[in-house]
Design a protein around this ligand. Structure first.
Ligand code: SF4
Length: 361
C-alpha cells in the first residue's frame, strides 16, 4: 500500500568518537559484530585489556560531558543486570539491551537513573540476555495483572535505560531482539519507545506481531530540548511505516510540559499524529501519557549538562511526591494535573478515537 504520508528525510545516524570494547565483550559473537559494524562506519575501535571502561576525562565539565557522550562502550551485562525488574506502569519486566543514549534531551529521565559520566554502554552478551527471558514468562505483576492489558501477555520494556533505535545502526541488537520475540511462540510482547526514526532495518523483520513500537513525541515548541533526536515528523512517518509492516504501534507523549500555550501546542501535536496515521487499516494504537517530573538529583545533573536550558524546573505549579522507594520527586500540582489530563483525554478522544490510553502518570 502506498503511504499517503510523505517520507521525511532522516538526520544522520550517530557516529561515536570512539568505541571501547572490553576483553569479555570480545568473547561474544555479538560483541565482535558490533566492533565490525563500528569499524565499517569509520569509528576508531579501542580494545581494552580488561573489563573496566576507563575514560580519561578533562576537568572542564562541558568537555568531559562531550567526551563521555561521544563514547560507546561494548560490555557484558553481569548477572545482576540480567535479573529483570518490574517496570510500572509500562511493562511487567525491564529488558536492557544497553544503558545510555547519544541524544541530548534537557529533560532526559536517564539523568536521574544512571550514575557517572554519560557513556553509552551496549551489551555484547545479547544471546545470554534473551536466553533468560522464558524464566519470566507468566510471572509478570504489572500489565499481566491489569484487566485492560492482560491480553498483551508478559510484557518486556526495552527503553528504560536507553533509546534502542538510536543505537541500532551500530549494534543490530534491537533487530535481533525483535526477531527473537517473533520466533518465541508465547503470549508475550516486546515494547520499545523512541525519539529516533530509522526503522529501515525493522520493517522487513519477521516480528510475529509481538513487538510494539511507540514514537515518543512532543510539540515543536520543545524541539530545542531534544538535541540529537529525529524531528517529530520523521518519528511519526517511521511509526506509520511500522504499522504498515504489521507492527502494533503507540505514541508516548512525554514528557508533557505545562508551558505557556500548552493546549494549542499539544492539540497540534495530537492532530499531527492523527494525520500521520490516517487511513491505516486495522490500526492497533496505544497511547501513554507521562507528565514532566524531576528529582533534586536529576535536576542537578541536568543543570550541569545543559546549563543554558530554558526548561522550567522551578517550584512553580509543583508539589513534592514521595515514591514507594522513599525518594522524592517534583510533579505538577493537583490542579495542573487535572487540567492536563482532562485536556489530553478529550483531545485524544476527538482526534484519535481508535487509540487506547494505557496510562496517565
Ligand atoms: Fe534521554 Fe530519550 Fe532523549 Fe535519549 S532520546 S537523551 S533517552 S530523553
Amino acid at each position: 500500500m502506498a503511504s499517503p504520508y510523505p517520507e521525511i528525510s532522516l538526520p544522520r545516524p550517530w557516529i561515536p568518537r570512539r568505541i571501547m570494547v572490553t576483553a569479555s565483550a570480545r568473547t561474544w559473537p555479538h560483541g565482535r559484530r558490533i566492533m565490525e559494524r563500528a569499524a565499517a562506519l569509520g569509528v576508531p575501535v579501542v580494545t581494552l585489556p580488561g573489563d573496566r571502561v576507563l575514560l580519561d576525562l578533562p576537568d572542564d565539565p562541558r568537555r568531559a560531558y562531550a567526551e563521555a557522550k561521544g563514547t560507546l562502550a561494548v560490555v557484558v551485562a553481569p548477572p545482576s543486570k540480567r535479573k529483570l525488574q518490574p517496570i510500572a506502569p509500562s511493562a511487567d519486566w525491564r529488558l536492557d539491551l544497553a544503558e545510555g543514549c547519544p541524544a541530548h534531551c534537557s529533560y532526559c529521565y536517564l539523568a536521574g537513573s544512571l550514575k557517572g559520566p554519560p557513556i553509552t554502554r551496549v551489551y555484547a552478551n545479547l544471546d545470554e540476555i534473551l536466553h533468560g527471558l522464558p524464566d519470566y514468562l507468566g510471572r509478570g505483576t504489572i500489565t499481566s495483572r491489569s484487566m485492560a492489558r492482560v491480553a498483551e501477555g508478559t510484557t518486556f520494556e526495552a527503553s528504560c535505560y536507553t533509546d534502542p533505535l538510536a543505537l541500532e545502526h551500530l549494534t543490530g541488537s534491537l533487530s535481533a531482539t525483535i526477531a527473537w520475540f517473533g520466533r518465541w511462540q508465547a503470549e508475550t510482547q516486546l515494547r520499545f519507545t523512541t525519539k529516533f526514526a530509522d526503522v529501515a532495518p525493522l520493517v522487513t523483520l519477521d516480528h510475529g506481531g509481538r513487538t510494539r513500537m511507540r514514537a515518543s513525541i512532543n510539540p515543536a515548541q520543545h524541539r530545542g530540548h531534544e538535541a540529537g533526536t529525529a524531528p517529530v515528523a520523521a518519528r511519526l512517518s517511521a511509526l506509520r511505516r511500522m504499522a504498515e509492516a504489521g507492527y502494533p504501534i503507540g505514541l508516548t507523549i512525554a514528557p508533557i510540559i505545562a508551558a505557556d500555550g500548552w493546549e494549542q501546542a499539544y492539540g497540534d501535536l495530537i492532530d499531527a499524529a492523527a494525520a500521520a496515521l490516517a487511513g491505516l487499516p486495522d490500526l492497533d494504537l496505544s497511547i501513554e501519557l507521562i507528565t514532566h517530573r524531576f528529582t533534586a538529583g536529576s535536576k542537578a545533573t541536568l543543570d550541569s549538562w545543559y546549563p543554558g536550558s530554558s526548561l522550567n524546573m522551578t517550584d512553580a505549579n509543583r508539589i513534592t511526591k514521595r515514591t514507594k522507594f522513599g525518594t522524592e520527586k517534583q510533579v505538577y500540582d493537583a490542579d495542573t494535573m487535572r487540567r492536563l489530563r482532562t485536556y489530553f483525554e478529550t483531545a485524544i478522544g476527538r482526534s484519535l478515537p481508535q487509540a487506547r490510553i494505557l496510562y496517565w502518570t
